[in-house]
Design a protein around this ligand. Sequence first.
Ligand SMILES: Cc1cc2nc3c(=O)[nH]c(=O)nc-3n(C[C@H](O)[C@H](O)[C@H](O)COP(=O)(O)O)c2cc1C
Length: 188
Amino acid sequence: MAVEKVRLRSATMLFPVPVVVVTVGNMEHANLVTVAWTGVVCSNPPMVGIALRPQRHSHKILKEQGDFVVNIPSAEQVKLVDYCGMHSGRRKDKFTATGLTKVPATKVSPPLVEEFPLHLECRVEKSLPLGSHELFIGRVLAVVANREVLDETGHIDPSRVAPLAYALERYYSLGPQVGTFGCSRSDN
Ligand SMILES: Cc1cc2nc3c(=O)[nH]c(=O)nc-3n(C[C@H](O)[C@H](O)[C@H](O)COP(=O)(O)O)c2cc1C
């Protein structure tokens, strides 16, 4: 019997996606914003995109300042991640409210968030107003990681980062690894 396919209304039904906490501003005046519309857009040079609604306080700061840090949280930090997506920096200092710690970045003005294990320091190369969101494409100038998420060879071990995934307003952790790049080759 054929599988029944149902057409739904057009929407951004692509999941799971990462969910990250972006920092904008500088050490003195920094803001945190949770972003799920994010992804890799180029390998060389390394670039990632974040899409922000123009109403966000972070959007204004990013337009003025031009750098952002993508902080990648662990799944167990879900409440902090959600908090940064539920409150605006226009009304409260989210660093004070959450107790999260600012650490100077190595190449950009916005701080890293100490409690999160992995950070991409980015400089905006291009921005593209698309409609509800503006896409900011950032060149990754530096990657900073907690030593404990590196394996014996100094490479990032995703299972040690244990990142959050986001799908249709739900947060998930990653399940077990099921393969590696090229695992379909016969000699694997
Ligand atoms: C899980 C989650 C994902 C979110 N993803 C985005 C996003 O991709 N782009 C965006 O503009 N807002 C996103 N938001 C909403 C902002 O994080 C939220 O409006 C935040 O309060 C804005 O803070 P700000 O005004 O201090 O910039 C998300 C919120 C949550 C909880």
